[in-house]
Design a protein around this ligand. Structure first.
Ligand code: SRM
Ligand code: SF4
Length: 587
């Protein structure tokens, strides 16, 4: 690691090449001797590189991860990866971080193996790709895969010797895992009903795909100050939880009577990060569909150049915008664009259609006459290779060979003719899967937990299923609810947006440390947006099924007519909820 102020000749050559390359593209990059940013290659060349910084941060002030990137770019370790695979060796030191640029996470000590996080642009898979992923899980993984909260797949228990094989196979499938981890833009999500939702404003899949290819093919975007999430919402029936992303594009209609052409546009929401209890909020912009990717690219680059490179906890977009204010952030974004940003009052756009709760499960008619999409249950996202291959076969046989993954850790098969629905469901049942409504089981979302993640304080996926089964047996709900379990404050399963959210924590019982959770109530996304409030801190897991049974029964008994669980919990203060449910708490 180079910690002194001098650059080696190789580094100088690299930086000069980088500055020149980027500035030729018409975007900023370079710093003059007095520290000013410039897009003039001459000025950058003349600068004192010995005093250069990483986007303004002196080298010795960089965070650990920034120094790793500074020493060697994550995309430049292919030779090391080949060598490691040949020697059946896991990555060491800074390479553990660099492997994440390739979608490979060395997850020791939770498991002594690699986890492959894919990218599924727009959350759409073709049947043959699903089969290929099943083969990766079967041949090189632990014989299972998980659908993630970004409508994506993770495959675990990959041995060092197979690390290159899985990357190559991904490419052969027309997929990639590049940039799915580390300081990159994560899987680009899109409403899972895009293109066939009768309620949608516009099909957002082309935009999600264009965004995916944009970030994949611009090397500078592999060096953000931190992870970054982008989502596209089609305005339809199924939520993609767009408002939990750093940038959320929401399709809207603008009608007659305004000073702009009546048409379909996008609202832009910024800085969602629910682990930090914040949703993305509307920033006042109205974009034409073909402006979205360009604006997102400019937003990424302003973040790249100005985000915090010293403290990982303050490096997300939220913290830059908190520091600057949204006005300054958009002003800087505007400077990178060849067109003016358009501001337009949110209230003057037509309101978004309501979202169907658990609309990602069950049979629904498409906008194409005679065709249906079917949301299939997939408890906590767990699938076996046989199920994956079976689903691919059904997508080919009854649909058009397409599978949509959702942020709710399940999948949808579209384009099934009404006359074939019964036969489809029968074959689905043979795979041990179904599409029936179940108000509790269909709303379970759980992160990896301690089965695979070193941060986890609890076994989220197993607990989720146990809890779901208990509630299913004991409570008769007449409305769908969501229960989200995350193993630690990172909030990968977004516990703050569940009707009921559980965040893993170690709890002392009779002097012994056991797995437990903080319990939060009343969260929701989109049209039910709200951060859940903590009502029961540090409850051992064993006490949680009877406690939540009591909570739901009390709700059913005391609610006002038609009142949802969210409305009920939000109508009461945290103190009132504690009081209402107190008889169910085990002391
Ligand atoms: Fe996450 C880190 C799993 C979605 C917030 N997340 C991790 C790591 C990589 C832990 C690590 O650093 O080793 C987990 C890998 C465990 C494993 O071995 O499986 C992990 N996150 C997941 C997944 C698999 C949860 C799931 O079971 O579905 C999700 C993968 C999505 C994907 O396909 O890309 C996943 N993580 C999220 C989300 C939701 C989202 O992205 O829409 C969030 C909250 C939103 C947000 O942006 O913060 C999330 N994960 C985090 C954080 C906290 C980041 C923060 O700035 O607060 C971390 C920790 C970190 O980045 O240092 C983290
Ligand atoms: Fe791991 Fe915590 Fe994310 Fe769960 S929430 S996957 S425990 S980092």
């Amino acid at each position: 690691m180079n910690t002194n102020q001098e650059f080696s000749p190789v580094q100088k050559q690299y930086l000069q090449g980088f500055f020149t390359g980027v500035s030729q593209r018409g975007f900023f990059v370079g710093q003059t001797a007095n520290g000013q940013f410039t897009n003039d290659p001459g000025a950058a060349e003349g600068s004192n590189l010995a005093e250069a910084t990483v986007f303004g941060t002196p080298i010795d002030e960089l965070s650990k991860e920034e120094k790793i990137k500074y020493d060697q770019h994550g995309l430049d370790i292919w030779d090391t990866m080949l060598d490691n695979a040949a020697k059946d060796k896991f990555p060491e030191g800074g390479d553990v971080f660099r492997y994440k640029f390739h979608g490979l996470f060395y997850v020791t000590p939770a498991q002594d193996s690699l986890m492959l996080r894919c990218r599924i642009p727009g959350c759409v898979l073709q049947a043959h790709q699903m089969v290929g992923l099943a083969e990766i899980a079967e041949d090189w993984g632990g014989n299972y895969a998980h659908v993630t909260t970004r409508g994506n797949f993770q495959i675990r228990e990959i041995q060092a010797k197979d690390s290159v094989s899985v990357i190559v196979k991904m490419r052969e499938l027309g997929l990639t895992a590049q940039g799915s981890g580390a300081d990159n833009v994560r899987n680009i999500t899109a409403s899972p009903t895009s293109g066939f939702d009768p309620l949608e404003v516009i099909d957002v899949l082309p935009l999600a795909k264009a965004m995916h290819h944009y970030i994949l093919n611009n090397r500078d975007l592999y060096d953000l100050p931190r992870k970054f999430n982008i989502a596209f919402d089609n305005g339809g029936a199924v939520s993609v939880c767009a408002d939990t992303n750093d940038i959320a594009f929401y399709a809207v209609r603008v009608g007659e009577g305004h000073d702009i052409e009546p048409s379909v546009y996008f609202r832009v929401q910024l800085c969602g990060i629910t682990g930090h209890k914040q949703f993305a909020t509307d920033c006042g912009l109205l974009l034409k569909p073909d402006e979205c990717v360009t604006v997102a690219a400019a937003m990424l680059r302003v973040f790249q150049e100005n985000g915090d490179r010293t403290n990982r906890k303050k490096a997300r977009l939220k913290y830059l915008v908190d520091k600057w204010g949204v006005e300054k952030y958009l002003e800087e974004v505007g400077k990178k664009l060849a067109f003016d940003l358009r501001y337009f009052a949110l209230q003057s756009c037509e309101p978004r259609q309501p979202i169907t709760r658990h609309g990602y499960i069950g049979v629904y008619p498409q906008k194409q006459a005679g065709l249906n999409y079917v949301g299939v249950t997939c408890p906590v996202g767990h699938m076996t290779p046989d199920q994956m291959k079976g689903v691919a076969r059904l997508a080919n046989k009854y649909g058009q060979g397409e599978i949509r993954l959702t942020a709710w850790q399940n999948f949808i098969i579209p384009h099934i003719a009404t006359a074939e629905l019964d036969a489809f469901k029968a074959e689905l049942k043979e795979l041990g899967m179904g599409c029936e409504h179940d108000h509790i089981m269909n709303g379970l979302v759980a992160c990896t937990g301690n089965a695979g993640c070193k941060f986890a304080a609890a076994g989220t996926k197993a607990h989720s299923l146990k809890l779901g089964e208990h509630l299913k047996q004991t409570v008769e709900l007449d409305q769908p609810i969501n229960i989200h379990l995350t193993g630690c404050p990172n909030s990968c399963a977004q516990h703050y947006v569940g009707d009921i959210g559980l965040q893993g924590v170690k709890v002392k019982v009779d002097g012994e440390s056991v797995e437990g959770y903080h319990i939060v109530l009343g969260g929701g996304v989109d049209d039910e947006q709200g951060i859940a409030e903590e009502v029961f801190p540090s409850v051992p897991f064993n006490d949680i099924p009877p406690l939540l049974e009591g909570v739901l029964k009390t709700y059913l008994e005391k609610r006002e007519s038609g009142e949802s669980f969210i409305q009920f919990t939000r109508r009461h203060s945290t103190e009132q909820l504690k009081e209402l449910f107190s008889s169910h708490v085990v002391h």
